[in-house]
Design a protein around this ligand. Structure first.
Ligand code: FAS
Ligand code: PHB
Length: 389
């Protein structure tokens, strides 16, 4: 039987960042991850980091490659009625965003943990949580056919939307809120130069489109597709043609296409589970909440949860036994603001045929106001760059 202070379930950004911050503070933790490292790194997800997230990664000791390879952006852009409008994020808020793929920061955290020799178990099967409603929880799992048990003080459920942590709770312990959007995002990764210098969101009568990047040589594009669409229904040519149709003329002309190196359809939902603490079990990141990726909040919310949870656990071990008591309330205040922004921006930028012609006119009127009004642009910008912790 093994003993540690904190068992972290999940080696996505939440679990790895929490492990790094706890290790730095001398709090022992073991991370249990269901998949292999390659599988975790193979999932192409977020691309935009808030300044708060950048600072947390620096604090965790993994800022060097991010600053070397990441792209710092002062603005983003909206395409409305075929016209590109820049939102001057830095001019409006004094803050910037960092474009650095989730895959890369996950790799940095994995490699750091390996260098530190800090414990992590990949391909841990049948992870089960026990006794977290008392003061002596433990976790069991199987690995290579062997049964294992870890006794601990706390369990951090960093295991994403489909994980075991939230599923371990009695239905009566949770209140959940959910909205599923009637479409998905078809995303393509390609080793082609980005068509726009900054992340660009397009509102178009054919549907939403978005131009992002991972570097000056690797682009990430998305188009809104019907919820039932599968990635293999879309040839690369069909994707590029549809993306081109949804961009402003100059970007459509400048678009450099190439073979997709990754192509996937992501469903869009808003989801929150309250509260985020149950005795000695804490939920963090996608295990507790999901946002539609339009506002680039998912990964950044996970990082903010981890900032609060690491402070709470470090406080507890520093004899401030009440440090863990306001974790859930602190997270949820920030989460609901990000849920609102992500829902608002998704509702504004996507095509909702069910809202009819009046609904589409309302979207265009709000977009016209957003790009013309400094007050409206500031309201969007301060949410996009991230609210203070
Ligand atoms: P994650 O889901 O990343 O990690 C959870 C980890 O727990 C996984 O590695 C999983 O294998 C592991 N796990 C699950 N069950 C387990 C078990 N029983 N035992 C052990 N381990 C277990 N956010 C953005 O900001 N922009 C985007 O463009 C964007 N695109 C996305 C696309 C998709 C398809 C998805 C699903 C999410 C996207 N997100 C995006 C959100 C995403 O980036 C998340 O916010 C981020 O991955 C959250 O990190 P974690 O909380 O660590 O959860
Ligand atoms: C991405 O680069 O994958 C990305 C950027 C901004 C978003 C969503 C995704 O809002």
């Amino acid at each position: 039987m093994t003993r540690t202070q904190v068992v972290i379930v999940g080696a996505g950004p939440s679990g790895l960042l929490l492990g790094a911050l706890l290790h730095k503070a001398g709090v022992d933790a073991i991370i249990l991850e269901r998949q292999s490292p390659d599988y975790v790194l193979g999932r192409i997800r977020a691309g935009v980091l808030e300044q708060v997230t950048v600072e947390l990664l620096e604090q965790a000791g993994v800022g060097e490659r991010m600053h070397r390879e990441g792209l710092v952006h002062d603005g983003c852009a909206l395409i409305v009625n075929g016209q590109l409008h820049r939102i001057d994020l830095h001019g409006l808020t004094g803050k910037r965003i960092m474009v650095y793929g989730q895959t890369e920061l996950t790799r940095d955290l994995m490699e750091q943990r390996q260098r530190l020799g800090a414990p992590i178990v990949y391909q841990a099967e049948q992870v089960e949580l026990h006794g977290f409603d008392g003061e002596h929880p433990h976790v069991t799992y199987r690995k290579d056919g062997q049964a294992h048990r870890i006794d601990c003080d706390f369990i951090a459920g960093c295991d994403g939307f489909h994980g075991v942590a939230r599923a371990s709770l009695p239905a009566t312990a949770l209140t959940t809120y959910e909205k599923v959007y009637p479409f998905g995002w078809l995303g393509v990764l390609s080793d082609t130069p980005p068509v726009t210098h900054e992340v660009t969101y397009s509102h178009h009568e054919r549907g939403f489109a978005m131009c992002s990047m991972r570097s000056l040589k690797r682009s990430r594009y998305y188009i809104q597709v019907p919820i039932q669409d599968k990635a293999d229904q879309w040839s690369d040519e069909a994707f590029w043609d549809e993306l081109r149709r949804r961009l402003d003329p100059a970007s459509a002309k400048a678009l450099i296409t190439g073979p997709s190196i990754e192509k996937s359809v992501a469903p869009l939902r808003s989801f929150v589970a309250e509260p985020m603490r149950f005795g000695r079990l804490f939920l963090a990141g996608d295990a507790a909440h999901i946002v539609p990726p339009t506002g680039a909040k998912g990964l950044n919310l996970a990082a903010a949860d981890v900032a609060y949870l690491s402070q709470a656990l470090i406080g507890w071990y520093g004899q401030d036994r009440r440090a863990v008591d306001d974790y859930s309330a602190r997270c949820l205040r920030r989460i609901w603001r990000a849920e609102r922004f992500s829902w608002w921006f998704t509702s504004l930028m996507h095509r909702f045929p069910e809202t009819g012609e009046f609904g589409q006119k309302m979207q265009l009127a709000e977009l016209d106001y957003l790009v013309q009004s400094q007050a409206a642009s500031l309201a969007m910008a301060e949410n996009y760059v991230g609210l203070p912790l």
